[in-house]
Design a protein around this ligand. Structure first.
Ligand SMILES: Cc1cc2nc3c(=O)[nH]c(=O)nc-3n(C[C@H](O)[C@H](O)[C@H](O)COP(=O)(O)OP(=O)(O)OC[C@H]3O[C@@H](n4cnc5c(N)ncnc54)[C@H](O)[C@@H]3O)c2cc1C
Length: 397
């Protein structure tokens, strides 16, 4: 296994449970990638709507994708109980909050479409006042509540998976970047700084962190890494803690440059895209903090205690990817910033496929890795797209 995030560890767990000997090589400490940096929002969705999937691929494909999304959350929940992981998971559902009337109408239309075409139940539209009562913010025109999913402590979840894998005999080597993978007659040979690993198969599970070594060059060219940043407030006084996100759900905003937030104990954590550049920039965090105060003016003078960021892997079609490069080389990647539940599930499914079990990954399954055109210009492309999205958001489209 190349990569010790949710995808790699879930794949390792499933293989070990099926009697396979597994080695996980992780380039850094456990938690180096997105699995150690995310906001802990667990939701059953893709970055593209099911109605858009239907337009492009037909209703049956959209139904399969809906089932995959639901299964990803169920798989996370089952894994927590199967492996005895205490990561403070709360199944409180998620609220998609409309930043303007147009976005609210789109949420309402999407809810109707999901109910009538996919038979989805439990979706509830909230008006402006109900959304205010739920979030503590007057900024939203309304919201759509989805009962699946909720919140989790992401690093506790990851460490719990690593401990469970170790109990099942999986060998996890940290600070062990895979430098090269060569397919020899009858086996795979992976080079790490201290030696070589010989295996029947390799699974690449490196998502947005595929540029660390040349061994994952194919994946690197198939995704666009996009910096995503988060801040956490200092503990809120009791009155504010009751007012802001008192139901402790997970919350996303409908902008193209999406923001999301949730309570973590007595703090608010707030995340967003648009923290551009190869390294964390003070200006990007300042923008994020201004966005937080615009939604929650109550926090104007409240201290931020933590700031961090990481990369998410965007794909051309906004869907994750899994498949085989050869009979012995497999890949999972491209979780588009929504991988807490999905990356583990897709990793698990790839492992199931490897041991010969039937799996249906719908549109996630790929024959080959796509190659991004104009690869060398991707940083400029990302900046241009971001600027375009920010302008459309500002103009209210
Ligand atoms: C700031 C931030 C907030 C986010 N918030 C959310 C959220 O709230 N909800 C949600 O659903 N998703 C969220 N995400 C996305 C989510 O975290 C990812 O989709 C998910 O963790 C991907 O898991 P993974 O196992 O595929 O990849 P990762 O967790 O990124 O793991 C890949 C690993 O591969 C390792 N690696 C790379 N190259 C090599 C090599 N050559 N040899 C060995 N190891 C290698 C890396 O070190 C890394 O640890 C967020 C992401 C970020 C960055």
């Amino acid at each position: 296994m190349v990569g010790g995030g949710y995808a790699g560890l879930h794949a390792a767990l499933t293989l070990a449970q099926n009697g396979r000997r597994v080695i996980v090589a992780e380039a850094g400490p456990i938690g180096t990638g997105g699995s150690g940096r995310n906001g802990g929002v667990v939701n059953a969705k893709f970055r593209i709507s099911y109605s858009a999937l239907t337009q492009n691929h037909g209703i049956e494909a959209a139904r399969v994708m809906h089932d995959i999304a639901a299964a990803s959350v169920t798989h996370l929940e089952d894994s927590l109980s199967r492996y005895g992981i205490a990561a403070q998971y709360q199944r409180n559902g998620t609220l998609s909050c409309a930043h303007n009337a147009r976005a609210f109408d789109a949420l309402a239309a999407d809810a109707d479409w999901q109910k009538s075409q996919l038979g989805v139940t439990g979706l509830t539209l909230l008006d402006r006042n109900q959304t205010h009562a739920e979030t503590g913010s007057t900024r939203f025109c309304g919201a759509l509540f989805t009962p699946q999913g909720g919140t989790i402590r992401p690093l506790d979840y990851l460490y719990g998976l690593a401990r469970a894998a170790a109990r099942l005999g999986v060998k996890i080597y940290t600070d062990s970047p895979v430098l090269q993978v060569v397919e020899k007659t009858g086996h795979i040979c992976a080079t790490v700084p201290n030696g070589e690993i010989r295996a029947d198969h390799v699974i690449y599970a490196t998502d947005a962190y595929s540029a660390i070594t040349h061994a994952t060059a194919g994946l690197r060219r198939a995704v666009v890494p996009f910096r995503s940043a988060m801040v956490a407030t200092a503990p809120l006084p009791a009155s504010l803690a009751q007012e802001i996100c008192g139901q402790a759900r997970s919350y996303t905003e409908t902008r193209r440059m999406m923001r999301w937030f949730r309570r973590e104990g007595d703090r608010l954590i707030f995340g967003g895209r648009g923290a551009l550049g190869a390294v964390d920039a003070a200006g990007a965090f300042a923008r994020l903090e201004r966005a937080m105060v615009a939604i929650f003016p109550q926090l104007k003078t409240h201290k931020i205690s933590h700031r961090w960021s990481g990369h998410v892997a965007l794909t051309f079609d906004a869907l994750p990817m899994a498949g085989m490069l050869s009979q012995r080389q497999h890949f999972v990647a491209g979780f588009n910033g929504a991988g807490v539940a999905m990356s583990g599930y897709v990793g698990h499914c790839v492992a199931l496929g490897l041991v010969g079990a039937p799996v249906n990954l719908g549109l996630v399954a790929r024959d080959t890795l796509p190659k991004m055109p104009f690869f060398a210009l991707r940083a400029i492309g990302v900046r241009a797209i971001t600027a375009g999205y920010e302008t459309l958001d500002r103009l209210g489209f």
